[in-house]
Design a protein around this ligand. Structure first.
Ligand SMILES: [Zn+2]
Length: 144
């Protein structure tokens, strides 16, 4: 996975301050990417000798949901912000998710009254499936 720097900026995942300093294109002409976990900017061109590795850690001041959004998990598209916004730790978010389960997800997504149980169940399932992946990918950022 991973995402182009340009895409991250367009999605508003960086503060204006950080976005202004970010290089979007490598010296070799290839677009630059943001690593999973958002710790680095890198060039995918294996032949590239100009690879611009920038350390983003600690600079971005992103919220938890924005970090998760950056992982680009397709099954959680559109669900990350409503579910994780307001949380500053994965532990706290997962505590509520795992104790509240599907009704909690439905409430966060605002679909509990519109018969969205099936959708909420799907989202809940994938949040649990991806738990370890998210923890692993964000570990370096959240600790740093
Ligand atoms: Zn390059």
């Amino acid at each position: 996975m991973g995402m182009r720097v340009t895409e991250g900026i367009e999605k508003g995942l960086f503060s204006k301050e950080v976005a202004r300093d970010l290089e979007e294109v490598c010296g070799c002409g290839e677009p630059l990417y943001i690593s999973n976990g958002l710790s680095r900017v890198y060039c995918k061109n294996l032949e590239c000798s100009m690879r611009a590795f920038g350390d983003l850690r600690g600079k971005q001041g992103l919220e938890l949901w924005q970090l998760i959004e950056l992982l680009g998990i397709p099954e959680l598209k559109g669900a990350v912000e409503p579910i994780f916004s307001g949380y500053s730790s994965l532990e706290g978010a997962y505590k509520d998710i795992e104790s509240g389960q599907v009704p909690f997800i439905a409430r966060r997504l605002g679909i509990e009254k519109s018969g969205g149980v099936a959708l909420a169940f799907q989202v809940y399932k994938y949040i649990i499936v991806y738990k370890q992946f998210i923890e692993r990918e964000l570990a370096e950022v959240l600790e740093g």
